[in-house]
Design a protein around this ligand. Structure first.
Ligand SMILES: [Zn+2]
Length: 480
């Protein structure tokens, strides 16, 4: 059992400022979190930073920090009432590579034993940060009655930042991987390649666009790929679904099974096999997989599913990359065509619900009046994809624009463009403005927004019995 912390960039910045404001003494802060539970992992989704006012300290020196019990008691009451878990963070501000001290060990154990009777899924954990905000962390595993490590902390910014607990850095590239990915290591370094190899990415949609994305991610050496799509292959898919065969289309294979079989063959045996999930993305099983991912990719033609993936991403603090394409043809002449890629980092960039109006204006400013009229008539700029026609080269361009943003987001090898638009007729790629809506119901820092709400924000998508009995963990994804 290990733990993970996901924290939005603004909250992380405030935590850093709080803990390192005075480098002469230890400082304490509390993080109110939702938790995602699976058999092997507990994910703490940070909702709120609670600072400790000066009068709530009992003592505070360069090696001791003690808080008044009443202050902690109030927080625990709030946790019980509002369903939060609690992470206690304190600083060892004089040096990097922090370790819990013997005093920390004694006091944590005592606290955890005191609060372990609180109704699950209350989770109690503790983090110690060094002078460079590197950390060691642990939480109480009440099933085994012992402390378990918090292995990593993910900061949601561009590029995505993952910090590993002291002594818990993952292994470097294996020899076989070094050979296969040699030319990529030359592009984004061994560390960048190792990051790709450590990622777990869900690709929702295995059609013309999704198959392009999945194929590229499989070749790039993304560690674990989960392909989600309930559809079966048809002959009319063969002009654009990369990796599907004629025989599979005749037999009506599930798209994800065909793609997983084909793409697995291109990967070294050390890589984990691609997981095909022939289900609707909104099924409980697919949701369990989505919640365990590092990144979610949406390549679907349904506005409802895209909004659902956006909601999952906000609730679980997972970056979401969305792509869409559209073509408009008049009597054999392409009148309009293109696609867009959006990188959505919860708490940092605009989400799908934020952008509709702003993006539309920004793109339309860059189109000719004729194109603008067509796009407004066609409606696809709003993300409402026109079902036909479909061509492989447009999917290839837009799918790979998305893959490139994903690589930049994960490795930091170049700056991320949160919104990119591709104009097919003019062969023109341009970024567009995507302003966050400060009042967005989904992604704002408003106390009632869905940001970091975990399964609380998704209760409507869980089977009724399970939504009511919150203590029961959601199903565990394979490979956990
Ligand atoms: Zn939003």
């Amino acid at each position: 059992m290990t733990g993970e912390v996901r924290i939005s960039h603004p909250v992380w910045t405030r935590l850093e400022e709080t803990l390192l404001a005075d480098r002469a003494v230890e400082t304490k802060a509390f993080l109110l979190c939702r938790v995602l539970e699976s058999e092997a992992r507990v994910v703490f989704l940070v909702r709120e930073l609670v600072q400790v006012p000066e009068e709530a300290y009992v003592q505070r020196t360069e090696s001791i920090v003690e808080i008044r019990p009443e202050f902690v008691h109030q927080l625990l009451v709030r946790c019980a009432r509002e369903g939060y878990s609690l992470l206690e963070a304190h600083s060892h501000p004089w040096a990097p590579n922090p370790r819990f001290s013997k005093v920390d060990d004694r006091s944590d154990r005592q606290k955890f034993l005191t609060t372990q009777s609180m109704s699950p899924p209350f989770r109690h954990g503790s983090l110690v940060f060094g002078s460079d905000m590197s950390f060691e962390g642990r939480f109480w595993d009440y099933q085994r009655g012992q402390m378990a490590p918090i292995a990593r902390l993910r900061i949601l910014r561009a590029p995505l930042e993952t910090r590993y607990g002291t002594g818990l850095r993952p292994a470097a590239l294996r020899v076989a991987e070094q050979s296969v990915y040699d030319r990529q290591v030359r592009a984004f370094g061994a560390e960048g390649q190792a990051i790709l190899g450590s990622l777990r990415v869900a690709v929702v949609g295995a059609g013309g666009l999704g198959s392009q994305v999945a194929h590229a991610l499989a070749l790039l050496g993304v560690g674990q790929l989960i392909l989600i799509d309930p559809d079966r292959l048809e002959l009319s898919n063969l002009n654009r679904v990369v990796g599907a065969s004629y025989a599979q289309a005749v037999r009506g294979w599930r798209k994800v099974l065909a793609l997983a079989q084909r793409f697995n063959r291109a990967r070294p045996p050390e890589q984990r096999t691609i997981v095909p999930l022939p289900e609707d993305a909104r099924s409980p099983r697919a949701l369990a997989h989505l919640l365990g991912c590092d990144l979610i990719v949406g390549a679907v033609d349904s506005a409802v599913v895209r909004q659902y993936l956006n909601t999952v991403a906000m609730c679980a603090l997972i970056p979401y990359l969305d792509a869409g394409v559209g073509i408009r043809s008049e009597q054999g002449q392409l009148a309009q065509g293109g696609g867009q890629v959006q990188v959505i980092i919860p708490g940092e960039t605009a989400c799908l619900a934020c952008v509709e109006r702003g993006i539309r204006q920004s793109i339309e400013e860059q189109l000719t009046p004729h194109q603008r009229a067509l796009s407004i008539r066609g409606g696809y700029i709003q993300g409402e994809v026109i079902p036909n026609p479909q061509v492989v080269f447009l999917n290839g361009v837009v799918g790979n624009l998305l893959v490139w943003e994903l690589v930049k987001l994960a490795t930091g090898c170049a700056p991320v463009q949160p919104y990119v638009y591709y104009d097919l007729l003019n062969q023109h790629v341009f970024p567009a403005r995507a302003e966050r809506n400060p009042d967005c119901l989904l992604c704002s820092e408003h106390p009632d927004s869905l940001l970091g709400q975990g399964v609380y924000g998704l209760a409507g998508y869980l089977p009724q019995r399970r939504a009511r009995r919150r203590a029961k963990p959601i199903p565990t994804p394979r490979g956990e």
